[in-house]
Design a protein around this ligand. Structure first.
Ligand SMILES: [Zn+2]
Ligand SMILES: [Zn+2]
Length: 1019
């Protein structure tokens, strides 16, 4: 007889706490004859929908619930637990509301509910006295029986028969204690008792893996005797018999009642998360207008401004788009996007032209959502949207948060939410985390995790791809058992990069949490589930390049008053293409690392930029053929294809090109072609489609059979090989590429200042800055030291060059910067010395400000200033006794040394300047070369990760002209003198061969620095 139902149960959605996956729980429960259970994760309901879906599939019933964190009245500083279940959909709504209220208004370490909140949202809920961590049980443990009784009475008064006393059969001594008192109180107050098992894992033998998971949660090692342990290994999904057995010794009648009452609750609980149509309405529709009429108005205005209103065929296309958009119910969607894009632009936010396919829409162009005129570049609306397909504008912003703020202000803070993501315990991360918890040494952990192929979804798959992993499984069977058990769990929760939903009454229909720092709600179902439930995801994305562009524009406006409108610059400026053709691409969006390809391509117009933005992607197009044809190899395509094939010299590069083939040659609608060609996973074997194409192109449209056969082959190759790229996306990215190139060409100081400001202060960032400084020098742009009056967290352009940022001077922290800001302006070094407060500007801060050159405007002899400062630090007696025997030398070498010391960088003088080496591109590809520079990083490794092969090395060297990479093959690296010459900070002369931007090293000499081995090279 199966009466018992688990009503207290945690899944992986109690991150690093529950470890059972929902599906295994359902399967196990069913195998024991249980037809339902409740899910009650900790302060969290993100697993409920997935559970509902699985339950529907597996013919099981889920009771929706939550074990909330609870504001205890008996102890302020500690959060309690409270188990709440939904009886019906009103109850489910109240669960969501409670969670919303807890995280927005009653947060203390965790989002908490309290009695008042429960009273307010009591309808449709079942509440229990919960586990040991509840206020009820904690009072009992402290001997406050009266307090516990009063607590229970309060809940009984509000929830009547829906309030239960909960007992658990675990082996903890405290539990035994409270079980007894709880039963007594239940009888006294006439409250029904239920038995639960606070399930945290599926099987008894999982207790150990769960212990490891717990250690991981608290970041403790397994060997740590003080790590928090649960104190029982009873928390598995027990059968009814196992439950009964574990209550042994207690009154059988009571236990029987407590077990069967759970079934009673299960029977009275029935709630479901419902799907809906949640596409939001535009917030501002004037009386007498509809979304469609409003959008039509906006289009009309746009078409007039942009000069298309008289173009009949254009306006016919626009009308068609409007019919599709409105017919599918997306007029409001367009209005919403148009509105937040316009608002952002109004506020000076730089807006990208939309990743993905949005640039194909004429309506989007006319309403200023995008700025590319689609027909000029053969961008297709149907690639973006068609009947039955959901449109999706992925728009990039330089300030993403400001757009979320805008949405909040227009649609209400409670109706806008970002979207949760779940950081899973992937094969690699679970191996790393578990082995760390067992204190394996780092190098072994790295060796093992490196074996897991990139992005490999499961261990099972990893074993197939890399059987070596199985050796470790054999070697460490205990740890590996844990690894396999924990795989796929949830390690942490995050926020989706740019997705947001807008919907009135979110707190009634979804579990939410609240990001306090950003003052933003977050929907706690992942984006796939939200879309399945009928929510619409708006993509408000950030793109690193856009804030850089914003800073360039600000810097230009600040220095010159000139306001540049990116929509109005000339996209065919030959000066810009001249610069690109030289391979001068650092900092140019998407092309920064593509100098070789850009030089090969020799872009001469915007179409070329669109093409290269597609062709740099792995697997897209045929680069070699494309180049050969650009350089004169004869080519031809069937004449009617010329208009859309010409710009890629007849090579198939864009999806739009084969869609146009179907349209132009066979007369197919683009939407039809998109559906049947682009999305056709098995086009090679689709004989029916081939026949239809041939029939339509040859018989219906009179094109030659032989040509059409060739075209169809090309289409199949492109679709099947996946090498056609979305041209709308290329075109939008091409715009951003061009904008950065344009700014670099016309306003290089502002460009470099902003680019360097965007770099972090870590090693990679410093290296990048060193490279940019070298480029600035080549362009005769001076990099000046930070200035005590003008410099901040960004590099600043002035009349003479670019001032370095002040915030990255060693030891100069936030409080010092804040103080300096308050003192500004300072007329002289002396004034600063006088006015500074020593608690903010301590000795080492002062010294470093001097060494960095922040007072150069007053006195460029930094040694003299340091001497002055030193004097001021001495006592009168010391001065009298003339302790000033030190002399401060001031020359380029000292300057070099100090700047490197406090800025980590050579600004004014580069140590290689006196040696007169040529830049690498002075030498021909593949030829011998000589280079000089400072050793920055040395990376030693076994070729092909094969430990049997001797090591080789990659070395980064800071030359006068920027960073270069050295490749030292094993035969040369084997020499000790070579290894020692490449000591970090050494200045070296390198002999080798040029290979693109790298040098293959043959030999090295130390110009300056350590060389402990043979002294051969120092002289
Ligand atoms: Zn609990
Ligand atoms: Zn619990």
């Amino acid at each position: 007889m199966n009466e018992f139902v688990h009503l207290h149960l945690h899944t992986i959605h109690s991150p690093l706490d529950g470890m059972a996956k929902i599906k295994e729980l359902i399967l196990k429960a069913k195998s024991m004859g249980q037809a339902s259970f409740a899910i009650t994760d900790h302060g969290n309901m993100s697993g409920l929908y997935q559970a509902q879906k699985l339950a529907d599939e597996l013919d099981f019933k889920i009771i929706n619930g939550c074990e909330f964190y609870y504001e205890r009245l008996d102890e302020e500083k500690k959060n309690g637990h409270l188990l709440v279940l939904a009886k019906n959909n009103i109850g489910l709504r109240n669960l969501f509301r409670l969670q919303h209220e807890a995280c927005t208004t009653n947060f203390y370490k965790k989002p908490r509910v309290n009695f008042e909140m429960l009273k307010k949202h009591s309808e449709g809920l079942v509440v229990t006295s919960t586990c040991l961590a509840s206020e009820f049980n904690q009072r009992l443990l402290k001997g406050d029986t009266q307090g516990a009784i009063e607590w229970a009475r309060k809940y009984q008064e509000v929830f009547h028969d829906d309030f239960y006393i909960e007992i658990q059969p675990n082996s903890m001594a405290e539990q035994h204690l409270v079980n007894k008192s709880a039963i007594r109180i239940a009888k006294q107050l006439n409250i029904s008792i239920i038995a639960t098992n606070d399930v945290h894992y599926a099987n008894q033998e999982d207790a150990y893996a769960h212990e490891v998971l717990f250690a991981m949660q608290f970041k403790k090692k397994m060997s740590d005797p003080d790590r928090f342990k649960i104190g029982t290994d009873d928390f598995w999904l027990k059968s009814e018999t196992e439950m009964r057995d574990s209550f042994q010794g207690m009154d059988e009648a009571i236990i029987n009642e407590a077990l069967s009452t759970t079934k009673e609750i299960a029977d009275k609980c029935d709630s479901r998360i419902e799907k809906g149509k949640y596409l939001p309405k535009f917030y501002n529709i004037p009386d007498g207008e509809t979304e469609r009429s409003l959008l039509a108005k906006e289009i009309k205005v746009g078409s007039k401004v942009k000069g298309f209103n008289k173009n009949k065929s254009y306006m016919k296309d626009v009308q068609h788009e409007l019919n599709v958009v409105d017919g599918e119910g997306y007029s409001g969607y367009f209005l919403i996007v148009q509105d937040y894009v316009a608002e952002a632009k109004k506020n000076g936010v730089v807006v990208g032209d939309g990743r993905g396919s949005g640039a194909g829409s004429k309506i989007a162009y006319l309403t200023d959502i995008t700025e590319i005129e689609p027909s000029e570049f053969d961008l297709l609306f149907e690639r973006f949207m068609a009947v039955g397909r959901i449109p999706d504008f992925d728009v990039d912003f330089s300030d993403q948060m400001s757009v979320f703020r805008d949405l909040q202000s227009k649609y209400g803070k409670d109706n806008v939410a970002r979207i949760i993501t779940f950081g899973k315990l992937t094969p690699r991360s679970v191996i790393r985390k578990v082995l760390t918890t067992f204190e394996f040494n780092m190098s072994e952990i790295i060796a093992i995790t490196k074996l897991v192929p990139d992005l490999c979804p499961t261990l099972e798959r990893a074993y197939i791809l890399e059987p070596q992993l199985l050796k470790y499984k054999e070697r460490y069977p205990n740890e590996w058992k844990v690894i396999e058990r924990l795989e796929g769990g949830i390690a942490h929760e995050g926020t989706h990069a740019g997705g947001a939903i807008i919907c009135p009454g979110l707190r009634d229909i979804l579990p939410l949490k609240y990001d306090r720092k950003e003052d933003m709600l977050i929907a706690c179902f992942d984006k796939k589930i939200l879309e399945e439930l009928g929510h619409y995801k708006f993509d408000v994305l950030g793109l690193e390049t856009l804030p850089i562009i914003r800073r360039i524009l600000d810097s230009i406006e600040y220095s010159t008053g000139e306001k540049i409108k990116l929509s109005e610059i000339n996209y065919e400026d030959q000066e810009v293409y001249d610069m690109l053709c030289k391979g001068d691409v650092s900092g140019v969006f998407q092309l920064s690392a593509q100098a070789t390809k850009v030089i090969e391509q020799q872009p001469r117009n915007f179409r070329d930029l669109i093409a290269i933005n597609a062709l740099i992607r792995p697997g897209v197009g045929d680069w070699d053929e494309y180049l050969a044809r650009r350089q004169g190899k004869p080519w031809s395509v069937y004449e009617p294809r010329m208009p859309y094939m010409k710009e890629t010299v007849g090579t198939m590069t864009y999806q739009e090109q084969y869609l146009l083939d179907a349209h132009v040659l066979a007369g197919w609608g683009i939407a039809y072609a998109d559906q049947h060609i682009r999305k056709n996973k098995d086009i090679r074997n689709d004989a029916e489609l081939a026949t239809k194409f041939m029939y339509d192109a040859v018989e219906m449209n009179g094109h030659p059979h032989q040509e059409m056969t060739k075209v169809w082959l090309e289409i199949m190759d492109a679709v099947d090989g996946g090498y056609g790229f979305n041209k709308s996306h290329s075109a939008s990215y091409g715009r951003t590429s061009y904008q950065t190139a344009y700014l670099k060409c016309k306003y290089p100081e502002h460009f470099y200042a902003s680019l360097m400001s965007g770099e972090k202060t870590d090693g990679d960032g410093q290296n990048a800055i060193a490279g940019y400084i070298a480029e600035c020098k080549q362009r005769n742009i001076k990099i000046l030291p930070p200035h005590i009056n003008n410099s901040g967290e960004y590099f600043v352009v002035n009349d003479n060059g670019i001032n370095y940022r002040i915030t990255t001077i060693k030891h100069v922290g936030d409080s010092a910067i804040k103080h300096i800001n308050e003192l500004r302006p300072m007329a002289s070094f002396d004034e600063f010395m006088e006015r500074r407060e020593k608690k903010y500007i301590k000795k080492n801060v002062m010294m470093n400000l001097i060494k960095a050159g922040t007072f150069d405007f007053d006195n460029p002899n930094r040694a003299e200033l340091l001497w002055k400062f030193d004097m001021s630090q001495r006592t009168k007696t010391q001065v009298k006794e003339n302790h000033l025997c030190e002399t401060y030398i001031w020359d380029d070498e000292v300057k070099c040394k100090w700047e490197k010391e406090v800025l980590g960088m050579y600004l004014s003088v580069h140590p290689m300047e006196r040696y007169g080496f040529q830049p690498l591109d002075y030498y021909k590809e593949g030829h011998s070369c000589v280079q000089g520079g400072e050793v920055v990083t040395v990376h030693e490794f076994h070729p092909q990760k094969n430990t049997k092969k001797p090591k080789m090395a990659f070395i980064q060297v800071n030359t006068l002209y920027g960073m270069i990479k050295l490749v030292v093959f094993a035969s040369i690296w084997a020499r000790l003198s070579i290894q020692e010459a490449f000591t970090i900070n050494n200045l070296v002369l390198i002999k080798g061969k040029r290979s693109n931007n790298d040098v293959l090293v043959d030999g090295v000499e130390v110009l300056k620095g350590e060389s402990r081995g043979e002294e051969e090279s120092t002289s």
